[in-house]
Structure formats: C-alpha cells, structure tokens
Design a protein around this ligand. Structure first.
Ligand SMILES: Cc1cc2nc3c(=O)[nH]c(=O)nc-3n(C[C@H](O)[C@H](O)[C@H](O)COP(=O)(O)O)c2cc1C
Length: 390
C-alpha cells in the first residue's frame, strides 16, 4: 500500500512504536543495564564521515556478493531475532521479504515460526543456535535444520543473562492466558491495529519456540526455552569445535569482539564470524562492533568471512562497515521496525531503503563495486577504533 511506504528506517521505527503495544516495542528496543553499548552502536556510525568525489563517478554499481556460500544481491543479511508477537506472520513474512530482495536470512532458534515454514519460502536460510541443552539435543536441532534445508549454522555465543535495564524491562507473559490478557489489556487496546492483525488470523500470539523441540512435540514457551539455556553448561572452545565438526557446511560464530577470540574461531574451522555485541543487549560497555572491526579484519580477514552486526540503520552505515573491511552486515532492529510497521512489505521497504542508501553512498564515493571500498573512503576521529585481545 503506497501510503504505508516509509523513506527511512527511523520513520519505520516511529510507525512501529505507534503500532505495537508498549511491552512488545520495549522488547525490541531491548538493550541492557545502562544502555551504553546499544547507544554506542548507533553513535559510532554517526562519528564516521565520508570524503566524496563530484565528477568521474560510476553510473553502474555492483552490490552483489556471497556470504557463507550463498549469492546475495547486496551485502546485507537478516540477523536472527526472536520476533515473538511483532506480527502474526513473523519470520515467514521476513523470509518472504528477504527472498524477494535476494537477501539471505538467519533464523533464531527462539523464533516464533518453525524452520520448515521458513525454508519453504526462502531457500537461503542459516539456522541460529545458542549453546543450549545437551549434546544430543543440539545434534537433533542441527539435523532438523539440515533436513529442512538450512544452508548454514550461526552459533551465537555472546550472552551473559543480564536482566536489568535502567529504563525498566517490559513485562512479557509466559503465555497469553486470562491473567495476561487482563494485565496487558490497557496497552493492547490502545493499539487496535496490532490486535486486529492477530484477531484476523484467529490466533493470539502464543509465545512458543517451535525450533526448540522435536517436530510433533509440544514446543516450549519462550521462557521455557530460555530456562533450558540458562541451565546449560557453558561451552569451552573444544565444545565449540565439536559442534562445528557436527555440521558439514558453512558455520558462523556470532558475537566476536576480540582479536584473540577471532583467531580461535578461525582455528576451530568456522567459515564466518560476526563482530557483534548482540545489538547492545549483552555485556553493557562492550564497544560498538564498528570500532573493533578493523583490528579483527587485519588479524583474520584473509582466513574467514568477517561480518558485522549492530547499529546498522542506513545504506551509508553498510558502506562504512564494508569500507572498514566487513564482507557484509547483518541487520536486526531495522527489519523488525519494518515488520512491525507493515509486515512483509515493510521488511521489503527496509531492504529497499538500505539498497538505495548503499547505491547513493557508492555513487558519491565514486565506487562501482563494493570490493573497491577501502578505509580511505571513511574519515574516523582520533581514538575511534578499539583493538581488544591483540
Ligand atoms: C529483539 C531482539 C531479539 C534478538 N534475538 C536474537 C536471537 O534470538 N539470536 C541471536 O543470535 N541474536 C539475537 N538478537 C541480536 C541480533 O541478531 C543482532 O545481533 C542485533 O539486533 C544487531 O543490532 P541492531 O539491532 O542494531 O541491528 C536479537 C536482537 C533483538 C533486538
């Protein structure tokens, strides 16, 4: 619908805020503790500038690349998020949008839709796992993902179970029962469009995690799955190497901040890593990934695909990350705002906004191909970069 088109991700976020119940919006804002990392993820991109040319520019530009063996139309991937209750079609809408724009998708193990539903509409899906459950359970999940046609695994390792936020955490019910309905009624009734989008399907959000249980069994609730994860042993590097060895195809480790960890990820035979602080939702005070990216690229960029996620809201942010050495970026909240604002079309809109921004930034920089982007294209203030564990 033309009237629902938005011109930037910031506009999509405002629409999402108007449309979603306060708790659901708050769950997407997320962040942890004082919000230092989530703020730095955005501020750091703003601190980087460009030095554009004005003539001798390139009319045709090539944005395509490959990530973990998948050809993608631009260097942007959907980062895995548990998109519980944002939209009735949830991850299926995201997967359709990504497929229509030639973009690969990471599917969270905490997703609200099954991997089978998602791979049915997008053949370029990477299944994301946490270190949760025992080895047999994890192998079962890997095999299920393989059978469903997942093209790779994303193992997310940066999580510290921190649960406090200075601005207050949203209340999220275990399940939508009478008690939850009564408690949430005031904020839900204030968002009739959101309520209607679910009512039309005949289902309320069920807040379960179908990928955390074998097919045909009752899926745990989000909190049930979270509890399993909290109770699980913490992995050693040998454990991570073991899991990597169980998957024959491409394998990414997500959540790397330090050079020494990046080297270990290379040593265990991963195909890719994402420099990430979990969108600022993890250990607060971890620097924005764009600050630590160059040191990691310098150390391991010739041995492994280095991606970045955290704070990407514009095409120019994508170009900044590529200029500093990322092969591609992964986006989280940007597509969640689009999904909340306008379902599948909203996610397509976000991807189009990013593509347009990449195009115009490359035009200004006089680059025809994303491979030509280099650190010379970006101006960084003194003391911008962080190199940890080198
Ligand atoms: C609401 C929300 C849920 C998330 N859930 C997951 C998840 O289930 N698995 C995961 O690996 N990362 C998860 N993330 C982190 C994202 O994959 C990604 O690292 C982060 O959103 C990137 O930052 P951005 O939101 O600024 O783009 C989540 C992030 C948000 C905001």
């Amino acid at each position: 619908m033309a009237g629902k088109w938005f011109e930037t991700v910031a506009v999509a976020q405002r629409r999402a805020q108007q449309r979603l119940p306060k708790s659901v919006y708050g769950a997407l804002i997320a962040g942890s503790e004082k919000g230092l990392s989530s703020k730095d993820n955005l501020d750091s991109f703003d601190q980087l500038g460009f030095a554009p040319h004005i003539a001798g520019l390139c009319r045709d530009r090539n944005l395509s690349t490959t990530v973990m063996g998948q050809s993608v139309s631009m260097p942007v991937i959907i980062s895995p998020t548990g998109v519980q209750a944002v939209h009735p079609d949830g991850e299926v809408a995201v997967a359709r949008a990504a497929a229509s724009r030639g973009v690969a998708m990471g599917l969270s193990s905490f997703a609200s839709r099954s991997i089978e539903d998602v791979t049915a509409v997008n053949r370029q899906v990477f299944f994301q796992m946490y270190w949760s459950g025992d080895r047999d359970t994890m192998i079962e999940r890997l095999r299920r993902a393989e059978t469903a046609g997942a093209k790779g695994i994303i193992l997310t390792l940066d999580w510290t179970f921190s649960n406090g936020r200075d601005w207050g955490s949203p209340w999220i019910p275990e399940k939508i029962d009478l008690k939850a309905v009564v408690k949430l009624a005031p904020e839900v009734l204030a968002r009739p469009q959101w309520l209607w989008s679910f009512a039309k399907t005949g289902h309320l959000p069920d807040l379960t995690t179908p990928n955390m249980a074998p097919i045909g069994t009752k899926p745990p609730t989000f909190f049930g799955a979270y509890y399993e994860w909290m109770q699980s042993t913490l992995p050693s590097w040998d454990d991570v190497a073991w899991l990597r060895a169980q998957w024959p195809g491409p394998f990414m480790v997500k959540g790397v901040s330090r050079v020494d960890d990046a080297r270990r990820v290379v040593d265990l035979g991963a195909s890719a890593l994402s420099v990430s602080n979990h969108g600022g939702n993890n250990l607060d005070g971890t620097p924005a990934p764009i600050r630590s990216l160059p040191a990691i690229v310098d150390a391991v960029g010739d041995q492994i695909e280095v991606l970045l996620d955290g704070g990407v809201r514009r095409g120019s942010d994508v170009v900044k990350a590529l200029a500093l050495g990322a092969r591609a970026v992964m986006i989280g909240r940007a597509y969640l705002w689009g999904l909340a604002a306008n379902g599948q079309a909203g996610v397509e809109n976000v991807l189009d906004v990013l593509r347009g921004g990449i195009e115009s930034t490359m035009l200004g920089l006089g680059r025809a191909n994303i491979d030509e982007l280099s650190r010379d294209d970006v101006i960084a203030p003194a003391d911008f970069y962080r190199s940890m564990g080198s």
